[in-house]
Design a protein around this ligand. Sequence first.
Ligand SMILES: [Zn+2]
Length: 305
Amino acid sequence: MQNSIVLMFHEIHNKLWFKEVLQNLGKRYKFVNAFQLYENINNKGLCHITFDDGHQSFYDNAYPILYELGIPATLFVSPKVIEDEKNYWFQRVRKLNNKDFHQYVCQKVSNRFKIPIIDFSLYSILKALPIKIILELIENYERENMIKEESYINITIEQLMELKDSELVEIGSHTINHPILANESDRVAEFEIKGSIENLKRITGKEINYFAFPNGQPGLDFGDRELKILKETGIKLVFSTESNKIKGSFHNYVVPRIGISKGNNFFIKNKIRFAKQWLLLRNLSHRKTEDKERKVLTAMRISNS
Ligand SMILES: [Zn+2]
């Protein structure tokens, strides 16, 4: 039997596509909820479905299909985003003029790096900064250019309450502000992790047992410090975005996930089959370039800034 897998989705804009993906997976795997995965982490042939961020399309498109097929899922959200109805920083950046905002960011933060940053991509630069600076850059840029804040695109608190009461959806924590935790001070890292778990507990009235790292790449986005904080919270399973199947040898506290956002059955089958080698096979992949850039920028950061 094949190794168990956890899949990661974000937005679903085509219900039919999502339904077909699940139906095809169902021929090869047994769908389990997060607790069943936790209890049977060393078993083969299991598949757990996860969603990050809580985009409105989860409620509109994914949830009805999960419900129709009776498939459980975990939804990782920020309690602050939902309570404030204020979009995640990366969603706000998406709405800005990329070229113009890129120039603005370079101007404002070039003094934080030992090398010129103009040739690095906007997201590589932002992901090398603490969340406080990222939010300041967005807010100041929006204000100076009189850009109206975009409308809210994630689930509402009422929808969250409906989802948490459903048999199929488990709510998991995804920090408060979606920072790159590795860029933060000890104090902020702890606040982002523990604060989000406590706030979700308060809102849902339920234990929060699962956590997914924002961005989620081991080493680049989080490390031992974050895992230590999570262990103190009693969280049962922590999910990364490292593309891999669940194998006997892996550290069972950090579960890898294979990201799925598009493609037909053949494409998805191969993406799962070659999970670990996927980035190598796809040599020009955007993510690989970004990872490389981020490693350089992080190493070239001027400390104490
Ligand atoms: Zn996320």
